[in-house]
Ligand binder design. Structure first.
Ligand SMILES: [Zn+2]
Ligand SMILES: [Zn+2]
Length: 285
């Protein structure tokens, strides 16, 4: 069930996933707002990495949460006539003990929730961040996972499926992001039938629960891929999925990164009508 705050959000002119000074982003929320307005974005959603019950330099500490919501309020006062600002979080799913369904999040005035898997357990059950850069991923493969890439990928998708089954969120974050690091470690792995089937199963479960899927464009301009990959767009079309196009940007200047290319790819796949896309392009000129 998608949050009411998202019911009228147009995926062609919104961005619902970005990171600011409140977690591991590099610019202020206000810098993101002014950049979004000048990029023609009409709805901007903030999604700091949620507090988690473990040491993580990338996640917002609980003691900053009140300041985050008060900054949203201040920016709405200043810019609310030009743009709709939504207060979200990218909530880490750490297993049955911590995730979007945890009571902690019910106490917060969130407009919507993205849920993502960034941590998976090693063989001793310790949570390890597998979402970082390739060099750090490769080191962790040796240090924590005995270089067992199949274990890492399968566990990522097992965790993602558990997260979807547990629900209490609106948008699935970067569905197949493990593919990027896994493919650097083991080229071709994401083209193997079992891998493709894991992504298809995850997307199908997500859509059947009424959860929206983001088309994450974070590396589209640099690496030419979205999360989920373009090969899954036909599944999104056939399943009538609700989608959003999100840059997952950590710097204000990249708030619109990959958007126009993603829109063209999605239109090509039939997810938007070409007429609708052309209208948006004309209105942004
Ligand atoms: Zn993420
Ligand atoms: Zn993110």
């Amino acid at each position: 069930m998608t949050s009411c705050a998202l019911s009228n959000v147009d995926p062609l002119t919104s961005n619902l996933h970005c990171h600011t000074q409140f977690c591991d982003g590099h610019d202020t929320m206000e810098a993101f707002v002014t950049q979004a307005i000048s990029s023609g974005i009409t709805t901007l959603g903030f999604t700091p990495h949620s507090p988690v019950p473990l040491q993580s330099p990338c996640n917002m500490p609980d003691c900053d949460v009140a300041a985050y919501f008060s900054e949203i309020g201040r920016l709405r006062q200043l810019y609310g006539h030009s743009i709709t600002l939504l207060a979200g979080m990218e909530i880490d799913y750490l297993g049955s003990d911590w995730g979007p369904g945890s009571s902690y999040f019910d106490s917060l005035p969130l407009d919507y929730r993205i849920a993502s898997v960034h941590f998976i357990p090693d063989f001793d059950g310790n949570p390890i961040d597998i979402d970082g850069r390739v060099t750090s991923f490769n080191k962790k493969m040796a240090a924590h996972f005995r270089n067992d890439i199949r274990y890492v990928v399968q566990t990522f998708f097992d965790r993602s499926m558990e997260m979807v089954e547990a629900g209490h969120f609106d948008i699935l974050g970067h569905a197949d992001k493990i593919a990027r690091n896994a493919s650097h470690f083991s080229p071709g792995i994401e083209d193997e039938p079992w891998f493709i089937e894991r992504v298809r199963a995850l997307l199908s479960a997500t859509i059947s629960k009424g959860i929206a899927v983001e088309i994450n464009t974070k590396v589209l301009d640099d690496a030419g891929r979205t999360f989920p990959r373009e090969r899954f767009f036909s599944l999104l079309l056939d399943s009538n999925a609700r989608i959003f196009i999100n840059s997952d940007s950590h710097v204000a200047a990249n708030i619109d990164s990959g958007r126009s290319r993603a829109i063209s790819m999605l239109a090509e796949a039939g997810l938007f009508s070409k007429k609708h896309v052309d209208e948006i392009k004309i209105s942004k000129k």
